[in-house]
Design a protein around this ligand. Sequence first.
Ligand code: HBI
Length: 357
Amino acid sequence: MRIVLISTPIGFLGSGKGGGVELTLNSLVTGLLSLGHCIDVVVPKHSKLFDINKDAKLHFVEGVEQVSWQHQDYYSPASIPDNSLLTGMLEKAIDIGKNADIILNFAYDWLPIWMTLNLNIPIAHIISMGSESSVISNLISKVYRKYPYNFAFHSNTQACDYPFIKNPIIIGNGFDLNTYIFQSNKDGPLAWVGRVAPEKGLEDAAYVANQLGEKLNVWGIIQDESYASKIEQSLSSSTIVWKGFLETDKLQKELGKCRALLNTPKWNEAYGNVIVESLACGVPVIAYRRGGPSEIIQHGETGFLVEPNDKDSLLSYLRIINKINRRDCRNWVENNASTNIFANRVVKWLTKVIQKN
Ligand code: HBI
């Protein structure tokens, strides 16, 4: 198939601002290319894909970014700024789409979802978050009634945020496992990976490390400075070691040395890319039973799930984390979340969308 992808309009690919979408989009492109499909990607200027994706055709668009829905009020209206990047990306995708089989949208935004009703080219949407906006959820509900096949989600828990979706199409996620090297060392430091912002709940992981008198290695873009410094001030010692946002290759090398990843989301994490990245390196995960991570972690085999916000349970499972066989963590990813498995699920979905549109 010839597929035109629309990337997220908040930050360019490689900036870290697009959160999980950056990795998901790159992984999907890798998988689709290896299955022989022809891929065009419409991206903000300065975007770059992983080297392995050099055969994908990039189309750069300039303009004013959308404001992230994560950091807007749930009832905010959808806004389109002057010289809108999103509008430019959509126009470009529609133009290329005239000679393609389907458009695949990653933007969690009103305009591309609304265009499903108004294009004669099929446009499918990977919904990358739980419900972060009333206007977006209501629009998905309206479009879904006419185009029930055009929406896919990363996890069942995430899809539950959209209760009007009867049989949600779940595509999971996938990663290029050649870029993650398994490491067997069992007594390394503690890790936390993610955008440093309130919805990610870093404070709980920091509390646990502090209780153990240990350091907590934190990788990820510091999206909310005041949130980050507030956590630091709340801790006695300098518990947190800020490692910044690392490219996948460097991240996996350091993450693989850790004995456990703590995952403490305060929101309905749609999937949990960092969980799979950690497992791919052999690092077991202790996470809140919330969102996508609760469907990824096999309790007692690849890590442990605790009731949300229960920091003391995080602590008690951390003490027995060495019971987990690190090889089981890697095996789960190979059997459930490779780029090949992910791309095949997406191709099956897109084929159905084309048939039904
Ligand atoms: N906000 N407006 C908007 N559009 C997006 O595509 C978007 C977002 N916030 C977060 C986001 N995408 C991704 O980082 C997450 O879906 C992973």
